[in-house]
Design a protein around this ligand. Structure first.
Ligand code: AMO
Length: 423
């Protein structure tokens, strides 16, 4: 029966079986020392050559090799693995690793070429676990709001948001498009009568960008819910979701400090600003933006530098900068929309949507989009749809900022960018 490393404190004086991966091996005249780990911790093994027949084969093992070890757990004050070690009686080798082609110091490109090895590093392991816990925290909050998780198609007959940034793939003698957003579908789910829905799924963007904030495939957390009327209701829900999810990362604080050398944000500070207010703050620092201008990436970063607030909700973007499906406020020339900036980078766009067929049709035309090209989307509103709003969040951007990663690519399991489709 398998014992986990974290259970060994209760096993002193007992024979146990461990399933391990080799970290380091030291081969001496009469003894071999191995540091091996499982998912729960690392333990030192001592192998007396006189007792273990296959010690020569063991001596050839390299980092990453996997094996099953049987032996006695004993106290050993000098052992760095919490004062315990195993006196090995038997080792059964499961797989022999070749020499690793990368180290933590290798270039980011080489590390991505060998992502399968890079994922074995303590940094990658922690990133993957933290990411999973963050998503679980968001899910937990959204379920508590009685929302339903949905899974929408990623193959589409037409481009989901706009003609650019879309991947076209061959589809039985014709073409299909990879979804750049689940906007149409999540609103269809609300129109169906589900009052709150969410999805955590891949989003495809054919952006020929080599920046540190863009992937061609990222993971979107999309939320949409009925019976909300003002953009503050949408922002509040997202704020609560993030505060809940980040608080759930508390158990990672120490490990993140040890492995990444940074303080993990589990209690973020929050601020709300209209876009005009944000521009005024930037103006004081000599960063001038016109009335209908958006915040450029640089502006987001500087705003964070000035305010020092983790989560900055910026609302009321001009009609000129927002799509036809947002609710417009014609009097002010703005939309009931927002962006959320986390530690200097946009992680979310959201809005109250226009649910009235005549109004959304008019806005579609004013944006120069033909009604025909969005006829399926407009069907959402032809047969009755409650007022609603929602947002889309990029998971990799959140994780990259939480861990101080150099690029969103490092927060992706196997990143996809204009130059990378493998491994
Ligand atoms: P938007 O296009 O702003 O909004 O996307 C939402 C969020 O997704 C993330 N994101 C990206 N992450 C990595 N690589 C990319 N290329 C990339 N592009 C976007 C960002 C961004 O804030 N339908 C709307 C959402 C809504 O209104 O509900 C939408 O897709 O974090």
């Amino acid at each position: 029966m398998r014992t986990l490393v974290r259970e060994l404190k209760e096993k002193v004086g007992q024979e146990v079986t461990l399933y391990l991966t080799l970290e380091v091996l030291r081969d001496q005249k009469h003894l071999q020392f191995i540091l091996g780990h499982d998912k729960s911790g690392t333990i030192q093994l001592v192998i007396p050559k006189s007792k273990v027949q296959n010690h020569e084969e063991i001596g050839q093992l390299l980092t990453g090799s996997t094996f099953i070890a049987q032996g006695l757990i004993v106290e050993a004050k000098q052992s760095k693995t919490f004062g315990l070690e195993m006196q090995v009686e038997r080792i059964e080798i499961m797989s022999k690793s070749q020499a690793w082609p990368i180290t933590e110091e290798s270039s980011i490109d080489l590390r991505f070429d060998y992502r399968v090895v890079d994922l074995k590093s303590a940094k990658s392991q922690l990133m993957l676990k933290l990411r999973s816990a963050f998503e679980a925290g968001c899910r937990e909050y959204l379920y508590s709001k009685e929302m339903t998780e949905i899974h929408t198609p990623k193959l589409m007959g037409t481009a989901s948001e706009s003609g650019s940034q879309v991947f076209r793939v061959e589809y039985f003698g014709s073409y299909a498009y990879l979804a750049q957003s689940n906007q149409f579908f999540k609103e269809a789910a609300v129109a169906s009568g589900l009052e709150g829905v969410f999805e955590i799924a891949p989003v495809f963007r054919a952006e020929a960008s080599h920046s540190t904030r863009h992937l061609t495939e990222f993971t979107g957390l999309d939320v949409e819910f009925a019976w909300c009327f003002e953009v503050h209701e949408v922002m509040k829900l997202e704020e609560e979701m993030l505060i809940h999810a980040l608080s759930k990362l508390e158990p990672f604080v120490e490990k993140v400090k040890e492995i990444y050398g940074i303080e993990l944000t589990t209690k973020p500070t929050v601020r709300y600003l209209s876009l005009d207010e944000a521009k005024d703050i930037l103006k004081e620092k000599g960063f001038k933006l016109g009335k209908t201008q958006d915040l450029p990436d640089e502006g987001e970063r500087i705003l964070y530098e000035i305010l020092g607030t983790d989560l900055i909700f910026v609302h009321d973007y001009p009609i000129a900068k927002r799509p036809f499906y947002h609710m417009w406020d014609r009097e002010n020339g703005t939309t009931k929309s927002f962006d959320l900036i986390f530690k200097g980078i946009e992680i979310t766009s959201g809005a109250i949507r226009e649910h009235r067929l005549d109004v959304v049709s008019q806005q579609t035309l004013e944006k120069g989009v033909s009604l025909e090209s969005v006829s399926y989307y407009l069907d959402n509103f032809k047969y009755g749809c409650a007022p609603h709003g929602g947002f889309g969040l990029g998971i990799e951007r959140v994780i990259a900022k939480l861990l101080g990663l150099s690029s969103v690519k490092e927060a992706s399991f196997m990143p996809r960018d204009p130059d990378r489709l493998t491994p």
